[in-house]
Ligand binder design. Sequence first.
Ligand code: A3P
Length: 299
Amino acid sequence: SQGKWWGDDCLRHVDGFWLLPQFVEPIDRVIKHFRPLPSDIILASLPKTGTTWLKSLLFAIVHRSSKHRLAMKNPHELVPTLEVQVYTASDEPLTTNPCSTHRIFSTHIPYQLLAETLDSSDCRIVYVTRNPKDTLVSTWHFVNKWKKAEKEPWPLEVAADKFCDGLIPCGPYYDHVMGYKKLSWEKPNKLFFITYEELMSDPISHVKKLAEFLGCPFEGDDEEGQIEEVVKCCSFRVLSEHEVNKSEESPAWFQLPYNSFFRKGAVGDHKNYLSDEIIEHIDALTIEKFHSVGFMYGV
Ligand code: A3P
């Protein structure tokens, strides 16, 4: 059922990945029926790694003159997720934004499952990831909101064990990240790989690069000013203050309210939650899964 989506009994193991049961069929439909146009932009990510932030940035970069819409609509309404809002109920897509030059979609589907679809066109892919410890803590908070109706909160130690065993929606975390990371090594013109931490530490230069990658560079005398405006309107501080994003209302396609996508928006929050032992364990796993294959990230 939708309400109880955590635990081995809730996630389904499909082709090496753990999927939420309600998305198994929509994911299959996306894989079978979605044909990206060469002008499409696909944002790929794991949940809780910065999807909402990147949705707002992609929207603001591509639809520069309409970025004020971010004050009225939640980023997830402006950039729909393929398996959650587009291929939900039938093989025909619900949303296609046909008027726009660039359609922007997002997905949590691992590259290993979506490779044929994504390789079948010259669409551009943006992948965002976040260090595993902050991803775990953000996921833990999110699941606890989900579980609010249940009496027992979800213990952090249990969440950490599950995370390390790969048991998060669309996990294992490490396989998901490496699927897209390898593609970025093979085809840097097709996939723009960015981390939450890079974006936080130097948003201006990364937003500039992102816009160039998307074929929508900032131009003119006031290039820097335009980028600053985009960065500001997509910042946690500004976005999370909009009434629509403070709303307790849940969208039709999701069980939690719009405000559940905004919590703290910081780098390193895991230090406030995880024990030294859990940190050591995750760091060792990160070294084994990332560093050993040349991706020096996450510790
Ligand atoms: P925290 O729980 O650490 O605060 P996703 O969008 O992939 O579900 O990720 C949600 C995480 O991104 C949450 O992290 C949320 O607060 C943070 N977030 C949402 N909007 C953001 C923004 N504009 N800038 C930075 N972080 C943001």
